[in-house]
Write a protein that binds this ligand. Structure first.
Ligand SMILES: Nc1nc2c(c(=O)[nH]1)N(C=O)[C@@H](CNc1ccc(C(=O)N[C@@H](CCC(=O)O)C(=O)O)cc1)CN2
Ligand SMILES: Nc1ncnc2c1ncn2[C@@H]1O[C@H](COP(=O)(O)OP(=O)(O)OP(=O)(O)O)[C@@H](O)[C@H]1O
Length: 186
C-alpha cells in the first residue's frame, strides 16, 4: 500500500473514535507522559495543537502550563523548504487558523524560540511502529526537524495507531519513545 492510501486509512481510523473515546484516550495517554522523568525534567515542551480527529493535546498543554513549563508550538513554512519554527504560547488565544484546519502560533503575539532549546518534543503522527517510525500528514516537517534535534522525542499513540511496520524511506526519523493508553511502550 502506498503512503497516501495508508495516510487516508489512518485518518479514517482516527475519525472512527467517538468524541468520548478520543477524550478518554487523550487524557489517559497524556497522564502517562506527565508521569515520566522526561516530562518532569523538561522546562520547554514543543507540541502541536491537535486538530479535530487527532489525539487531543490540550490537556497536556494545560498541565505543562500548570506545572510552570513553557510550551512552544510549530509554525510551518511550506514555501521555505518545509521547515518549522517554534513559538512560545501562553494562551490558546495566540493561535491562528491556517491551512488544512491547523492552528499555528501568531508570530505577532508570540516569541520565537530556537529548536535546540526544546527539552521535550511531542511528535504528531497517524500511524506508528514499535521502533518509533511514523506516518504523518506528508509534509515531511518532522523528518526535517528531527534530523538535527538532540533532545527527547515522544509520540502519543492509541494502541489502534500501532502497526507491525510502517513504510520507511531514507529520510524518515523515528521518535525515541511511544506512549499509549497502557503506558510507556518504549
Ligand atoms: N496538529 C498538527 N499540527 C501539525 C502537524 C500535525 O501532524 N498535527 N504537523 C506534522 O507534520 C505539521 C503540519 N503538517 C502538514 C503536513 C501537510 C500539509 C499539507 O498541506 N498537505 C497537503 C497534502 C500532502 C500529501 O498528501 O502529500 C494538503 O493538505 O494539501 C500541511 C501541514 C505541523 N503542525
Ligand atoms: N530530510 C529531508 N530532506 C528533504 N526532504 C525531505 C526530508 N524528509 C522528508 N522529506 C520529504 O518530505 C516529503 C514527505 O515525507 P513523509 O511522507 O515521510 O512525511 P510525514 O513524515 O508523513 O510528514 P510529517 O513529518 O510532516 O509528519 C517527502 O516527499 C520527502 O521527500
Amino acid at each position: 500500500m502506498d503512503k497516501k492510501e495508508l495516510r487516508r486509512q489512518g485518518i479514517q481510523n482516527l475519525k472512527s473514535l467517538s468524541e468520548t473515546q478520543r477524550a478518554h484516550l487523550s487524557k489517559k495517554i497524556s497522564n502517562h507522559v506527565i508521569d515520566t522523568e522526561w516530562f518532569h525534567k523538561a522546562d520547554i515542551i514543543g507540541v502541536t495543537v491537535s486538530k479535530s480527529f487527532e489525539l487531543d493535546t490540550s490537556y497536556l498543554i494545560h498541565k505543562a502550563w500548570e506545572t510552570g513549563k513553557k510550551v512552544c508550538v510549530p509554525k510551518c513554512y511550506p514555501n521555505q523548504n518545509h521547515h518549522m519554527k517554534f513559538f512560545i504560547i501562553t494562551s490558546f488565544d495566540q493561535l491562528e487558523r491556517v491551512y488544512a484546519g491547523l492552528l499555528e502560533p501568531d508570530p505577532d503575539q508570540t516569541v520565537k524560540i530556537p529548536g535546540d532549546q526544546i527539552d521535550l518534543l511531542i511528535v504528531p503522527g497517524i500511524w506508528f511502529d514499535r521502533e518509533g517510525y511514523r506516518t504523518g500528514f506528508g509534509g515531511g516537517y518532522y523528518d526535517r526537524f528531527l534530523k538535527d534535534f538532540k533532545h527527547v522525542t515522544i509520540s502519543l499513540a492509541a494502541n489502534s495507531q500501532i502497526l507491525p511496520a510502517v513504510p520507511r524511506d531514507d529520510y524518515d526519523m523515528p521518535v525515541q519513545h511511544l506512549v499509549t493508553e497502557d503506558g510507556v511502550l518504549f
